[in-house]
Design a binder for this molecule. Sequence first.
Ligand SMILES: NC(=O)c1ccc[n+]([C@@H]2O[C@H](COP(=O)([O-])OP(=O)(O)OC[C@H]3O[C@@H](n4cnc5c(N)ncnc54)[C@H](OP(=O)(O)O)[C@@H]3O)[C@@H](O)[C@H]2O)c1
Length: 234
Amino acid sequence: MDTRHSLVTGANRGLGLEFASQLLARGDHVVATARHPGRATALNALAGEYPGRLHVLPLDVASDKSRRELVHELPLVLGDAHLDLLVNNAGVLHSGERWGHVEQAILEDSLRTNAIGPFLLAQALAPRLRDGGRIADLSSMMSSMATRTEFRAPSYCISKAAQNMATVMLAKALAPRGIVAVALCPGWVHTDMGGDNAPVAPADSVAGLLRVIDGLTDADNGRFLDWQGEAMAW
Ligand SMILES: NC(=O)c1ccc[n+]([C@@H]2O[C@H](COP(=O)([O-])OP(=O)(O)OC[C@H]3O[C@@H](n4cnc5c(N)ncnc54)[C@H](OP(=O)(O)O)[C@@H]3O)[C@@H](O)[C@H]2O)c1
């Protein structure tokens, strides 16, 4: 089988780092992005373990300029190879928001990072994706309008709900090329974002998510699934 090429955003820590690690371990050629590659110690260490198969490139997903620069740099590391998989993993959760004090700047940053950025990145990378490729947008149970029971982290919830619709729009736009885009909930995972009480280990979540991604068919295009392949309520 030809080498698969994958691109993971926010790959310097947490789930993104685990995606890069597991994709490399299974033989993929990986483009891993970080806001500050020079400080991405764990990610750069992986480059030593997998010589020639990991390229670390800068990307602030919320920045139009940064997304454009990434698109320009890709041919330098990929040549004419197409991407088989885009993992829109980078995301931000601003904690501590209180009703009555929600700030426009926090809401805007959340929307730019969690919804606008991943959507426009996918649009910009679409010509690089192979027909039949996959887009995995990391969503969250906190995006689910059907199941929210409390007022907490509104900027995150609103932005992830917007990202869900962005995923559906990608699915519709790219269906003619056989590209499948899905919103994926990783579970509650032990990362900086998930915190110490989170019950799921990053390795288990990502192993599950990769199984789900590998099992996707055209019928799954635009669906919202969790890391064990169960359907999530929008
Ligand atoms: N952990 C959970 O329980 C959980 C649950 C549901 C969904 N998720 C989703 O899963 C994804 C990964 O979460 P995680 O737990 O691994 O979070 P994390 O540990 O906080 O890591 C977040 C990653 O996103 C990057 N990032 C943030 N803003 C960025 C930007 N503007 N441009 C580029 N990269 C940016 C961070 O880079 P820096 O190091 O530069 O900040 C970091 O690499 C997120 O989309 C999150 O919403 C996580």
